[in-house]
Ligand binder design. Structure first.
Ligand SMILES: [Zn+2]
Length: 157
């Protein structure tokens, strides 16, 4: 599967992607680091748009679309493509639009918030500080709820 997922990091969506094929020359600039490891040639590149800052970011990805080093950003897509071209000469003709948009990214974020919210009060750790969560297969309960239910039980006995 060549097409990337909607988001490689939050809050953003992938605008365009490119596969590094035999027509592309890797320039080996030796200036991209993931932690203290040098990022070498990768099979896939992706350009994401951050929906908060409106910046574009270049992701150097492995086969599974995991971002190995998303440190390069720019205000326009043309600038980010220039950066990509410096690392991968000839990549410019390989960019493909994903047709994902901002509402796809927002829907994904909402779904992720929904998946981690407290089953009792509905608060999400994305939106506010709710402490630790106790989780089983059927429900999740936040620290605030545990504390309030605990004091309720203390009163009844
Ligand atoms: Zn709760």
């Amino acid at each position: 599967m060549d097409k990337p997922p909607i988001s490689l990091f939050i809050p953003s969506y992938v605008v365009e992607y490119a596969v590094v094929d035999s027509t592309v020359k890797y320039m080996n600039k030796k200036n991209l680091w993931a932690g203290d490891e040098l990022v070498g040639v990768v099979p896939k590149l992706a350009i994401s748009k951050d929906i908060e800052t409106s910046e574009f970011r270049l992701s150097h990805c492995n086969e599974e679309w995991e971002d190995l080093c998303a440190v390069q950003s720019a205000t326009t897509i043309e600038e980010i493509k220039e950066i990509a071209e410096k690392h991968y000469q000839g990549i410019n003709k390989n960019w493909i639009r994903t047709n994902y948009n901002e509402s796809d990214a927002i829907a994904l974020i909402e779904a992720e918030k929904e998946a981690v919210k407290c089953s009792f009060c509905g608060r999400s750790p994305w939106d506010e500080e709710i402490g630790r969560m106790v989780i089983n297969e059927k429900a999740r309960i936040c620290e605030l709820c545990i504390k309030s239910y605990y004091s309720l039980i203390q009163k009844n006995y």
